[in-house]
Design a protein around this ligand. Structure first.
Ligand code: ZN
Length: 375
């Protein structure tokens, strides 16, 4: 992974490169960010940069012997520890080392995936993985060996919050008495679940979630999504690139046009059209129905924000912006809460397997009343 492959995060990349260029690489660093953020990708790019044999000012070279190995995740001095469990292939003594092939496939497919994706990838079924006591013994053994090729031996620990307490204490001991030329890169989603004594010994790199614009760019570049669809997905993904990628394959219809028609019919009390739309809503299927309602809530939130202060809306495609501007005129302090609650309720009922057609028609009647100030 190279820095240039990660969208945005220029400030963080700069800090990371500087630490290498100025020889201030801390021996233990914590990359902290939510699921679907760039925390793992940045740690990978950083490790690649550290090991690169002909570093450029902005990035690793991508072509030296080390970069080639780093990019395939096969560099002998780059080690991984991640939560695992017993599976069909590994029926006992589940250790990270035994899952390296799966891990490489997983990360090379996308470094933005989460813990559940990983469990699914290794075929954990309903078992929950962790970083076991036995794993920490391996870790101690591993860091006692010298680096094979590079200056440093790098140990990347993914989701250290899932460490067995004994493993966490073994790691703490390693951080207290750091072995020479060994770097620990901890990639975590929740610092509060780590031992405070561990976090206090690390240099913390806060990795923010991706912005909606960054999610849009990623979907356009990687999946060839058109701008309007990419925006609809970005509004649902909450900065999680992996969730955005999944939504790309799930979303089967144009939520915006559907929402626009729905609100128009509600506003003008055209119930014949509402009934016709309820058939289309039913045909979306439950996952899409829920996604649509979440999308509607999100767009609705933008309408309210726009009403408060137009500058709070960073960017929307022209058609959606036009709608938000117009719709913000019929939203009042009185009906805003009611409308949002109605969408929430609809989502709640769909999630609990209520009849989608009935939920849709019922919500439409309620919303029509709120929109015209009749209720
Ligand atoms: Zn290189």
């Amino acid at each position: 992974m190279q820095f240039s492959q990660i969208i945005g995060h220029q400030e963080t990349k700069l800090l990371l490169r500087k630490s290498v260029q100025q020889n201030h690489v801390a021996h233990a660093q914590l990359f902290l960010g939510q699921e679907g953020s760039a925390n793992l990708a940045l740690a990978l790019a950083y490790a690649t940069y550290i090991n690169c044999e002909s570093k450029l000012p902005d990035d690793s070279c991508g072509t030296c012997g080390s970069c080639l190995k780093m990019n395939k995740l096969v560099h002998p001095d780059f080690n991984f520890v991640m939560p695992v469990t017993t599976t069909k292939n590994v029926s006992k003594e589940a250790l990270s080392q035994k899952f390296l092939t799966e891990w490489r496939q997983f990360i090379l497919a996308s470094p933005y995936q989460g813990f559940n994706d990983w469990m699914q990838h290794i075929g954990a079924e309903n078992k929950q993985g962790n970083i076991s006591k036995e794993e920490s013994r391996q870790l101690v053994k591993l860091v006692s060996l010298k680096a094979f090729e590079g200056d440093y031996k790098i140990v990347l620990i993914w989701l250290p919050e899932l460490m067995h307490p004994a493993a966490a204490n073994a790691l703490l001991k390693l951080l207290e008495e750091p072995p020479v030329k060994t770097l620990f890169l901890l990639v975590s989603q929740s610092a509060e679940k780590l031992l405070a004594t561990i976090t206090s010994r690390t240099q913390i790199m806060q990795v923010r979630s991706f912005t909606e614009e960054e999610v849009v760019t990623h979907l356009q570049q990687k999946y060839g999504a058109d701008e309007a669809t990419a925006y609809q997905i970005a509004q649902l993904a909450e900065g999680n690139l992996s969730a955005a990628a999944k939504l790309t394959s799930e979303i089967s219809s144009d939520y915006f046009s559907f929402f626009l028609d729905w609100m128009r019919h509600c506003y003008s009390h055209k119930y014949g059209e509402v009934i016709e739309m309820s058939d289309r809503f039913q045909a979306l299927g439950r996952e899409n129905q829920k996604n649509f309602l979440l999308y509607a809530l999100n767009l609705f939130r933008k309408v309210m924000l726009y009403g408060v202060d137009a500058s709070l809306i960073s960017y929307l495609p022209p058609a959606e912006l036009d709608f938000v501007q117009k719709f913000s005129k019929v939203i009042t302090e009185g009906n805003a809460g009611q409308l949002a609650e109605e969408l929430n309720q609809a989502h709640y009922h769909i999630e609990r397997n209520a009849n989608p057609k009935m939920v849709f028609v019922d919500s439409s009647i309620q919303m029509a009343g709120y929109l015209r100030g009749l209720i």
